[in-house]
Structures are given as structure tokens and as C-alpha cells.
Design a protein around this ligand. Structure first.
Ligand code: ADP
Ligand code: MG
Length: 249
């Protein structure tokens, strides 16, 4: 197997006295698609937020593309953290677009500021990415003028503009009206087919079954079960996994 691009080793995370991630060990190889499932409050968001240093953690070690994160170096000034932020794209449930910038500017900003890409080149890339997510004609609009599904596709284009090596998605379709879920999942399917390394938290079990190389079920901050979707969904080993799946499938 290839060397992992994301490695979590004995990661422990507390919010105050609340132990939310317990000895998480997880390796993701380049091109692998991981889907994380579990009940609300089980630690899914916290787990993927740790991967790009959005959450400090108290024990263990995370290495992304050779850049280590440890409990002591998750401050903003850490070089390792800055490198990881450049290489890891993140898409949130609530889009998080800049409301006072056009769609085009939303996509151009980070490459210009962080990667020091020139304006013309940033614009060219932004337009190409908007075409790729199917909304090339919305470049000059402001986020609120778009539907939720279109805003989420902008958010994906914005993350891709940094040319990430890993993409994290935290329930990217949970805030969308049902008729818009498909258009966002389609973009994610294409990205998967192109070989992107992806870690996706989602309740879309159809997507998980189709796209995931590996499904990870977490319960109260622990990885209880993992495996190919056909195994986890059709032949779960743990009683907890069975109980969870019987509620969501
Ligand atoms: P999930 O994404 O699976 O719903 P989270 O990772 O958001 O779960 O949360 C895991 C646990 O950590 C929950 O009990 C949640 O209430 C708690 N938690 C999450 N974020 C914070 C925070 N910023 N401060 C305190 N507790 C938090
Ligand atoms: Mg969450």
C-alpha cells in the first residue's frame, strides 16, 4: 500500500472534561475515499476538523502529507499547520462563503493571498472551476443570490482553487433542500472519480455505498467499525453499528 497522506495516531481530544475523540487511529492513502458515519454528537466533525488543524487536540499525533501536527503546535503560527491548511480543502455544512464578495472573488481570494497567485491567473482558475461545478454563468453574483446547491458548489470550487491534496467535507448536503442534494453529490462523485483523496462526513448512505472505499462508523468518539461499504452496511459486526444502521438505512 502507498504511504498514507493522512495519518492519525492515538488522537485524543477533550472539550473541557468531555472526552470527544478517544484513541483515534486512522490512515488514509492517496486517492482513498473515506466516509465517516455516526450519530449526532459522536465526534465526526471534531475528527475531520482536527485533520486540518481547526481543532487543537490533547494527545497523539496527526501527519498530513509529511507535515506533523501535535498537541503543542496547533497555533496559527505553526509552519506545519500553515502547510496543512494549504494542502487540505474543507467544505462545511453552512457553505461559509464571504457574503460581500462576488462568487468569482470568493474563489480568487485564498490563492492570491495565501499562494501569491497573480490576479489574472487566479481569475482564470476561478472561471475554469466554476465551469467545472456547472455554474460558470454565476461568476458575478453574490452568494445570497444563489440557491443553496449553487452556493455549496461555489464552496467546493473555492476549496479546489487552492489545489488541495485532500478534501474534507462535513455534511455538505445537510443544509440543502432535498432537490439540491443531487447536484452537490454529483460534483463530489466527479471529484472522487478524478482521484481526489476525500474524507466525507455524510448521512447520504447511497453516496457512501457508491463512492466510499472505506466507511468508518464512530460512536462516542471511538471508531467502532470500519470497512468497505458492502461489509459495513450489509454485514455489520458490532451491535452498535447494527443499531445505528437500522435507524438510518
Ligand atoms: P458530530 O459532528 O458527530 O455531530 P461533534 O464532533 O460536533 O459531533 O461533537 C462531538 C461532541 O463534542 C459533542 O458532544 C459536542 O456537543 C461536543 N462539542 C463539539 N464542539 C464543541 C465545542 N466547540 N465546545 C464544547 N463541546 C463541543
Ligand atoms: Mg457534525
Amino acid at each position: 500500500m502507498a504511504d498514507p497522506i493522512v495519518e492519525m495516531k492515538d488522537v485524543n481530544k477533550y472539550f473541557g472534561s468531555h472526552h470527544v475523540l478517544k484513541d483515534i487511529n486512522l490512515e488514509v492513502v492517496p486517492g482513498e475515499k473515506i466516509v465517516v458515519i455516526g450519530a449526532s454528537g459522536s465526534g465526526k466533525s471534531t475528527l475531520i476538523r482536527c485533520v486540518n488543524g481547526l481543532e487543537p487536540f490533547q494527545g497523539g499525533r496527526i501527519v498530513v502529507d509529511g507535515h506533523p501536527l501535535e498537541p503543542g503546535n496547533t497555533s496559527k503560527t505553526s509552519r506545519s499547520l500553515q502547510a496543512i491548511r494549504r494542502e487540505v480543502g474543507m467544505v462545511f455544512q453552512q457553505f461559509n462563503l464571504f457574503p460581500h464578495r462576488t462568487v468569482l472573488k470568493n474563489i480568487m481570494l485564498a490563492p492570491m493571498r495565501v499562494r501569491k497567485v497573480g490576479r489574472n491567473q487566479a481569475e482564470e482558475t476561478a472561471r475554469r472551476l466554476l465551469d467545472r461545478v456547472g455554474i460558470g454563468n454565476q461568476a458575478d453574483k453574490f452568494p445570497t443570490q444563489l440557491s443553496g446547491g449553487q452556493q455549496q458548489r461555489v464552496a467546493i470550487a473555492r476549496a479546489l482553487a487552492m489545489d488541495p491534496r485532500v478534501m474534507l467535507f462535513d455534511e455538505p448536503t445537510s443544509a440543502l433542500d432535498p432537490e439540491m442534494i443531487g447536484e452537490v453529490l454529483d460534483v463530489m462523485r466527479e471529484l472522487a472519480a478524478e482521484g481526489m483523496t476525500m474524507m466525507v462526513v455524510t448521512h447520504e448512505m447511497g453516496f457512501a455505498r457508491e463512492v466510499a472505499d472505506r466507511v468508518i462508523y464512530i460512536h462516542e468518539g471511538q471508531i467502532v467499525e470500519q470497512g468497505p461499504p458492502a461489509e459495513v452496511f450489509d454485514n455489520p459486526q458490532s451491535e452498535r453499528t447494527k443499531a445505528f444502521l437500522s435507524r438510518v438505512l
